[in-house]
Ligand binder design. Structure first.
Ligand SMILES: *[C@@H]1O[C@H](CO)[C@@H](O)[C@H](O)[C@H]1NC(C)=O
Ligand SMILES: *[C@@H]1O[C@H](CO)[C@@H](O)[C@H](O)[C@H]1NC(C)=O
Ligand SMILES: *[C@@H]1O[C@H](CO)[C@@H](O)[C@H](O)[C@H]1NC(C)=O
Ligand SMILES: *[C@@H]1O[C@H](CO)[C@@H](O)[C@H](O)[C@H]1NC(C)=O
Ligand SMILES: *[C@@H]1O[C@H](CO)[C@@H](O)[C@H](O)[C@H]1NC(C)=O
Length: 441
């Protein structure tokens, strides 16, 4: 006999042949084609050409995407998937890559640690400054609605650096100026303000067109009483800080100020010198018996030193201590050979004060006030004694030096802790005992 069967769609026929009376089953068994999806991002797993009845497939989105719609379906006896997979889609997370670092994001009441937000989530934005834009935004399939905000500073730092001479009003050193604060600038006497006279703090930035600076006022040339005096350099205007020197024609020397400088629009010394003919009988000699024996003065020429001028206003002494460890008191002064046939009397009050030497006990560390390890402490400075780890300090740790003498004569030493290990009947005992550091090895 012949039996014809026909199945429709994805239905597979199962044949059985009738032999004698043993006809068991004739019918159709379902098969499913791969589930249909509209979203090309979806991967179907397992991926086959045909699926058998009750086979299960998973629909998967790539990482960073969220699946919306049926995600797990089975092949039912009608030869179709038990739920409609054509509505399944992948929705992308929204990136926060363009969000400023200082902006904090909260999603579902928790601070966000990653740099992306799932599609469908609502993000709340906050920052230490001022949020510009909408503080709440929803992610929907890779895009934010509305746009994510940005953050601007709510205050400004000082408008000029702290070492600038520009005066700021109101001034609040070290502190911040609130957004919207208006400040005014000025300069101390002797300076001229260049640039903006006021500025407004706008979201962390001062709205300068030109940053204010204070320019030191220049000096105009001094009117010289003596027309023969030579001024060098001879300019029409002098910058603050610039030095001028006076000199005289041959066989004349400068009587008076030899150099001066411009300081914020004024001359340090407004006195104008004159040229005098050299008086060779004016000769200055240093009386060494009156000078502190530790002071060393050297004679230096200045200006017109041609014969017969050498001496009178054309030489001076500059002094220092013979030993660089000594300290010179009342100086940094040059001593001129003026009209008085002798050097300036101040010279003879110069004094060199002796340093103190550190007599170090064993293990003692000595430093000066600058923290430098040394065995020579200058007059007026002090020694700071310390001990290595594990030693105890004994005696005054800070002692001042005055002209070669220690202000406290009591010595300083380090006391060590000696640990003796003794084996007694096989057991280990520790015996700790204080001994003088000189016994520690
Ligand atoms: C910041 O300051 C500017 C200028 O005064 C003002 O217009 C603006 O409203 C201020 N913004 C905030 C958030 O305070
Ligand atoms: C400076 O220079 C001008 C010309 O440049 C001259 O007339 C004047 O005498 C000079 N003054 C001095 C003090 O050298
Ligand atoms: C040098 O200047 C001083 C002070 O102006 C004056 O008293 C003295 O007479 C001058 N010396 C000579 C040699 O002109
Ligand atoms: C030169 O100096 C000596 C000593 O100070 C003085 O006695 C004499 O009058 C001076 N000569 C002139 C020309 O100024
Ligand atoms: C040097 O000074 C000493 C002490 O004051 C004095 O006795 C002596 O006469 C002076 N010598 C000269 C050359 O002025």
């Amino acid at each position: 006999m012949t039996l014809e069967m026909r199945c429709f769609n994805a239905i597979n026929c199962l044949w059985t042949v009738q032999i004698l009376n043993f006809t068991t089953f004739i019918g159709c068994i379902a098969e499913c084609n791969p589930p249909g999806t509209r979203d090309i991002l979806i991967t179907i797993s397992p991926d086959r050409f045909i699926y058998n009845l009750y086979d299960v497939v998973n629909l998967v989105c790539p990482t960073g995407y969220q699946l919306v719609g049926p995600r797990r379906v089975f092949c039912n006896p009608e030869g179709s998937w038990h739920r409609d997979t054509t509505i399944t889609s992948c929705r992308g997370s929204c990136s926060l890559d363009y969000l400023e670092n200082e902006v904090e994001v909260t999603v579902k009441d928790e601070k966000l640690m990653s740099r992306s937000v799932h599609s469908g989530d609502v993000a709340y934005f906050s920052c230490d400054g001022i949020i510009i834009g909408n503080p709440v935004s929803t992610c929907y399939d890779q895009s934010w609605s509305p746009e994510i905000p940005s953050c601007l500073a709510s205050s400004c730092g000082r408008p000029v650096s702290t070492n600038s001479v520009v005066l700021v009003f109101p001034d609040s050193p070290g502190s911040e100026y609130e957004n919207g604060t208006d400040v005014k600038f000025s300069c101390p006497t002797g300076y001229d303000l260049q640039g903006d006279v006021e500025s407004l703090c706008l979201y962390g930035v001062w709205d300068f067109t030109q940053e204010p600076t204070c320019q030191a006022l220049p000096c105009t040339p001094l009117t010289q009483n003596d027309p023969s005096i030579i001024v060098s350099p001879n300019l029409t205007t002098y910058e603050s800080g610039l030095e001028i020197r006076y000199s005289c024609p041959t066989s004349h020397v400068v009587n008076g100020t030899v150099f001066t400088f411009c300081e914020l629009g004024n001359w340090k010394s407004p006195d104008t010198p004159e040229c005098v003919s050299c008086n060779s009988s004016v000769q200055c000699a240093l009386n060494s018996t009156r000078l502190d024996r530790d002071v060393l003065c050297t004679e230096e020429p200045h200006g017109n030193t041609d014969p017969p001028c050498y001496g009178h206003w054309s030489k001076f002494l500059s002094c220092k201590c013979r030993d660089p460890d000594y300290r010179l008191i009342h100086s940094n002064y040059v001593y001129w050979c003026s009209d008085q046939n002798g050097f300036d009397e101040m010279l003879y009050s110069l004094e060199c004060r002796a340093p103190c030497s550190v007599g170090l006990n064993e293990n003692v560390i000595a430093t000066n006030s600058a923290g430098i390890e040394t065995v020579i402490i200058q007059d007026g400075d002090y020694v700071q004694y310390s001990c290595p780890d594990g030693y105890m300090e004994n005696g005054p740790a800070t002692v001042a030096c005055s002209d070669g003498t220690w202000m406290i004569s009591q010595p300083f030493s380090c006391i060590g802790k000696l640990i003796l290990r003794l084996h007694v009947s096989g057991s280990l005992f520790l015996l700790q005992k204080m001994v003088k550091c000189s016994h520690v090895k």
